[in-house]
Design a binder for this molecule. Structure first.
Ligand code: ATP
Length: 735
């Protein structure tokens, strides 16, 4: 089947480029481009009116308009100087003649006149009288020969490369040659950004290009200018990239939600899963688009999930797509257990203790209608009509509506108490945008995002609380205390309650701990409290059971900060405490003391600088706290942006002497290794490239690296180049 590119003369594209480059102002430059795109689309419609499913697209033209964005074609290996020599050769120019000199010295105003510095313009004037008046090539042909040139370069096939270039030049007019040269040099000098070109093609082209890095995907997916990206990406039995959540602190939520009400959802600790259903046919896809149907079942007769959930779908629902999290449900405990407790959710047998349970939090299609454009509240409402929950097999996420940061903190505390991972906060008006993370309206709030500047504290279990509901026979939460030292070197006899903890340990660890201490639990009677424990606080904090300190265990706890609190005997407590380890190796009497706690509070005041912990009467105003928090954030730099500590690094060579380099790596470990090697071999490294930076070393073309490349200010080299320099013990040219 023929394509538009086989019909459109390359000359048309060159005339367009010429027009764009001559016009002044973005709008004026963009108009001819828009006209050209329309002309292409209309041509396409006419050409393929009989077969609308054709895969033909604007890609052959766009890859020529934006050669710098081209990822599909390998490098041509041709820069100005090489091209000058090739042109001299191909056109048999006298090497000492004026024209050859113009090409070789294209930068010099003396030889190249007004066009100095612009190789393509210099070449245009040199070749004008040597080129055919009219070119014969179509857009398709040019791409075909450029592909050949790139592969000949890769295979070091210089003769064939010359032949293909000769063919292109022999069959193009001078104007076409000028633009051909610009395409080969990947510097179009159009005077408009690549984003403007992409936007002229389709309003979602920039987003899609940023995600896929593929002009071809952009052209194929966005062929229809009226269809928006989020609609296009969602279709039955084909995986889409799920919408993601941005990291946030509880204190940032109000601001990020623009002081409007927001939805707080339970954050399930499982794996992302898409469920696609059409009658009795089911498919499941993981976050990365992998087909996981085999485990969960493609019909009501197979797999460890579909047979259990098929009957949950309401009768009117034939086709649907749900987005959610697959978690592990323990039938013994009658609750969801965390991922760490049973590693492989896909391999679980339905008749065992554990089984998969699908927690749906979004619906993207109902009976063939794509819903991604509806606001979240509307989607959730419609989701409720899709299936009737079955507690241990398929359910909807719990949601509440809130307005303040305080509510977020409160919910996060509850989530931690319930041994959940955190919260997901969603803007009720947000539409579903596949693969969108930033500014999409979804936030994830987890305790570990809160700066862990606190030391680990060794606290003693002094009380316990029964779980709720079906877990009512299991002590799952603990009251922890600190010792009140009376005499130096004597074992403590009195313990103060300090905080309550219910997370950080796995069920296995909890069972193990219970095995060691459960025989020593005694019912707690608030009227007759044990003399060794000072509990403090109200009824809520009083434990159901208590334990003789000498029979108990120390747990190592990490937390975000120490807060004032009247609920515990210490008059303070920990915010977001989590058990890091159960310290079977430490005897009960070596737990933290009230004196140590006091010292830590004083120290924490200095280190955290967020709250006046010692001044019990004067809590800073919320505004001041916010300011202090911001100051604190400014002080702590994420590890990825911190220079690697090279105090122990010994210099072994001078390969990179006087060279300043900047390592950008996809992993923190990779970045640190590269920075150490730079220092070991005599170079200097910086966290952000500047004027004096010799090169940027990277192992992946990320959006950041792409931006740096686009500035054209830096040499961006691959990590392989860096390792080759080390292997050869020389500074190789940056290619
Ligand atoms: P991310 O998925 O954001 O790249 P990650 O894989 O490390 O990061 P987390 O940071 O733990 O995962 O949290 C985000 C994930 O939480 C989501 O991708 C989703 O799989 C899961 N999740 C659990 N509950 C919800 C919910 N109610 N709404 C949206 N996502 C949820």
């Amino acid at each position: 089947m023929s394509t538009v590119a086989e019909h459109v003369p390359f000359l048309h594209l060159c005339k367009l480029c010429q027009k764009i480059s001559e016009k002044k102002g973005n709008e004026k430059k963009l108009q001819p481009l828009k006209d050209f795109i329309d002309y292409w689309r209309n041509f396409h419609n006419k050409l393929h009116s009989s077969n609308p499913t054709t895969t033909d697209s604007f890609f052959p033209a766009l890859r020529l308009l934006l050669p710098q964005c081209e990822r599909q074609r390998a490098a041509y290996g041709i820069k100005e100087f090489t091209l000058a020599k090739l042109l001299i050769d191909i056109f048999c120019l006298d090497k000492n003649g004026v024209d050859a000199k113009k090409l070789i010295n294209y930068r010099s105003p003396k030889t190249a006149n007004a066009e100095a510095g612009d190789f393509a313009s210099v070449a245009y004037f040199v070749l004008k009288n040597r080129s055919p008046e009219n070119g014969t090539l179509k857009v398709h042909d040019v791409n075909f020969y450029l592909d050949n040139i790139a592969s000949n370069h890769a295979e070091r096939n210089k003769d064939d490369l010359k032949y293909d270039l000769l063919y292109l030049l022999r069959n193009t007019s001078a104007l076409e040659q000028k633009w051909l040269i610009r395409i080969i040099l990947k510097d179009m000098k159009l005077g408009i950004s690549e984003n403007s070109v992409l936007k002229a093609f389709h309003p979602d082209a920039i987003d899609l290009y940023n995600v896929t890095n593929s002009l071809e995907k952009v052209c194929c997916s966005l062929r229809n200018p009226a269809a928006r990206l989020h609609e296009i990406e969602i279709s039955l039995f084909s995986p889409f990239r799920p919408m993601l959540a941005e990291i946030a602190l509880p204190s940032q939520v109000e601001g990020l939600m623009k002081n409007q009400p927001f939805i707080i959802e339970t954050k399930y600790d499982g794996e992302r899963l898409q469920l696609h259903k059409d009658g009795n046919s089911y498919m499941y896809f993981s976050r990365g688009g992998h087909d996981t149907t085999e485990s969960y079942g493609n019909s009501p007769l197979s797999g460890n999930l579909t047979p259990h959930i098929h009957r949950a779908f309401n009768p009117g629902i034939s086709k649907c797509i749900l987005d959610g999290e697959i978690v592990i449900y323990s039938s013994k405990l009658n609750c969801i257990v965390s991922k760490g407790e049973n590693a492989d959710v896909q391999a679980m047998q339905p008749d065992g203790d554990y089984g998969p349970c699908f927690c749906a939090f979004d619906v993207l299609m109902i009976n063939g209608r794509v819903l991604s454009n509806l606001p979240l509240t509307e989607r959730i409402k419609q989701m409720k009509d899709v299936f009737t929950p079955i507690e241990n097999k398929i359910r909807t996420t719990e949601q509440i509506t809130a307005l303040t940061n305080e509510e977020v903190t409160e919910e996060l505390n509850k989530a931690i108490d319930n041994r959940l991972e955190g919260l997901v906060i969603k803007d009720p008006t947000s539409i579903y945008k596949p693969n969108m993370r930033k500014k999409g309206g979804w936030l994830k709030v987890k305790p570990e995002y809160i700066d862990n500047l606190m030391d680990e504290l060794d606290l003693l279990i002094i009380g316990g609380y029964f779980g709720e509901g079906r877990r009512s026979n299991l002590i799952s939460h603990f009251l922890l205390g600190v010792a009140s030292p009376e005499k130096i070197d004597a074992e403590p006899t009195c313990f103060y309650s300090f905080c309550k903890v219910g997370s950080g340990y796995s069920l296995k660890e909890l069972y193990e701990l219970s095995g060691k201490i459960s025989a020593h639990w005694q019912a707690y009677n608030p009227k007759k409290p044990p003399s060794c424990l000072i509990i403090g606080g109200g009824r809520k904090e009083q434990p159901d059971v208590w334990i003789q300190p000498s029979q108990s265990q120390i747990v190592q706890v990490k937390a975000a900060e120490i807060n004032r609190s009247k609920s515990f005997a210490t008059n303070c407590t920990l915010r977001f405490p989590r058990v890091e380890k159960i310290r079977y190796d430490k005897p009960w009497y070596e737990c933290m003391t009230t004196t140590e706690l006091e010292e830590l509070r004083n120290l924490a005041q200095g280190r955290l600088a967020t709250r006046n912990l010692t001044n019990e009467d004067e809590e800073p105003s919320p505004k001041k706290q916010k300011l202090q928090k911001e100051n604190k954030n400014a002080m702590s730099v994420a590890p990825h942006f911190r220079p690697t500590d090279i105090r122990d690094v010994q210099k072994v060579s001078e390969i990179f002497k006087d060279k300043e380099m900047c390592a950008i790596s996809s992993t923190l470990d990779g970045k640190q290794k590269t920075e150490k090697l730079i220092a070991q071999h005599g170079g200097k490294f910086v966290q952000n490239p500047g004027k004096g930076t010799f090169c940027i070393i990277t192992d992946k073309i990320t959006a950041k690296v792409k931006n740096l490349i686009n500035t054209k200010l830096y040499n961006v080299v691959s990590i392989d180049w860096f390792h080759r320099c080390l292997e050869n013990q020389v500074l190789l040219p940056c290619l």
